[in-house]
Write a protein that binds this ligand. Structure first.
Ligand SMILES: Cc1cc2nc3c(=O)[nH]c(=O)nc-3n(C[C@H](O)[C@H](O)[C@H](O)COP(=O)(O)OP(=O)(O)OC[C@H]3O[C@@H](n4cnc5c(N)ncnc54)[C@H](O)[C@@H]3O)c2cc1C
Length: 288
């Protein structure tokens, strides 16, 4: 039987209370949200926090709303809630595409958006989706609030800019006129982690690409970004030939590792195909 080591447990009643508890217990304390990543790691003794600060009662972190030209998603929003949000799905269909293929209903009912990003697993689907749409992460500490682009949020595998006494409180997605987005993933079976996946957002001006965002997951793309493919697309025609070329560029610039999910060549092939597919779907949704 796998059991975690001993730890203290406190239930936060407000964001301020959570921050005070994190400060009180110090760098060996951890936030617990859905627990779907942290608890298995504790059982395997890959994580041994001395204290858990439970944020599940912080309803102030559980909203999805449009405000100030942005879609704002609280860190405690569950995967299932994001999938069920008609407003989020209409503005950013990439989110519904991604949520539909994340794990299974049990994980989606409990796992949170904030937990997914803070876990910073190199195969996390939402990391690529939020990268594609150039979301910003709002982080709170006792000293105040700071906003960090998701493209600068990840500092390496399982590592982010969120400090030990800070909380990720919200994701903010800028709403762009004339844009569309999509996510395409290949896993070995339903509900499994990605072998490879690509998310894309396109903003069109007439027949041209005004702005492109591409996020890749599970294939060693630096900070989940396919920057060279984005640069290639920006300012050119939104055409099938250029989407295919962008897919090849993305495949050439990522760094997948061979593992039980497949060899490097296969993963590169998937990146090319899935990036092209996501770009087509994003262009259709943008009205192109
Ligand atoms: C069987 C299974 C299958 C899965 N399949 C997929 C998949 O296909 N695709 C995919 O993308 N993911 C998948 N996942 C991962 C899952 O989506 C995430 O693990 C989960 O949603 C993380 O959220 P959580 O709320 O459970 O985080 P927790 O486990 O509670 O926390 C994870 C980490 O984030 C920190 N944290 C949480 N919230 C905050 C916050 N607000 N501020 C600061 N730090 C915070 C915690 O301290 C911890 O370090 C799978 C997980 C399981 C168990």
């Amino acid at each position: 039987m796998q059991v975690p080591a001993q730890f203290e447990y406190e239930r936060a009643t407000s964001v301020e209370h959570a921050l005070a508890l994190l400060a009180k217990y110090g760098p060996e304390s951890r936030v617990i949200a859905g627990g779907h990543s942290l608890i298995p790691m504790m059982k395997l003794r890959l994580a041994r926090p001395e204290a858990l600060v439970d944020v599940n009662e912080l309803t102030e972190l559980s909203g999805i709303e449009v405000s100030g030209g942005e879609l704002r998603i609280g860190a405690l929003v569950r995967h299932a809630e994001l999938l069920a949000s008609a407003e989020a799905g209409a503005l950013f269909p990439i989110l519904a595409d991604a949520e539909r293929v994340i794990a299974d209903p049990i994980v989606r009912n409990r796992g949170t958006i904030g937990g997914s990003l803070c876990q910073a697993d190199p195969s996390e689907d939402l990391s690529a989706a939020f990268t594609a749409v150039r979301a910003n992460a709002v982080i709170r500490g006792e000293e105040g609030t700071r906003t960090v682009p998701v493209r600068e949020f990840f500092t390496g595998p399982y590592s982010t800019v969120v400090g030990p006494a800070e909380l990720l409180v919200e994701l903010r997605l800028p709403i762009r006129e004339g844009s569309g987005s999509a996510y395409a993933k290949v896993g070995r079976r339903a509900g499994d982690w990605a072998v490879a996946a690509a998310g894309a957002e396109l903003a069109l001006e007439g027949a041209d690409v005004a702005e492109a965002g591409i996020g890749l997951t599970a294939v060693g793309a630096p900070r989940f970004v396919a920057a060279e493919a984005e640069d290639f697309l920006r300012g050119g025609a939104a055409s099938a030939e250029r989407f295919e070329k962008a897919g090849f560029i993305a495949a050439g610039h990522c760094a997948p590792a061979a593992d039980q999910r497949g060899p490097v060549d296969y993963k590169r092939h998937l990146v090319a195909t899935l990036t092209t597919r996501a770009l087509h779907r994003a262009a259709e949704r943008a009205g192109g």
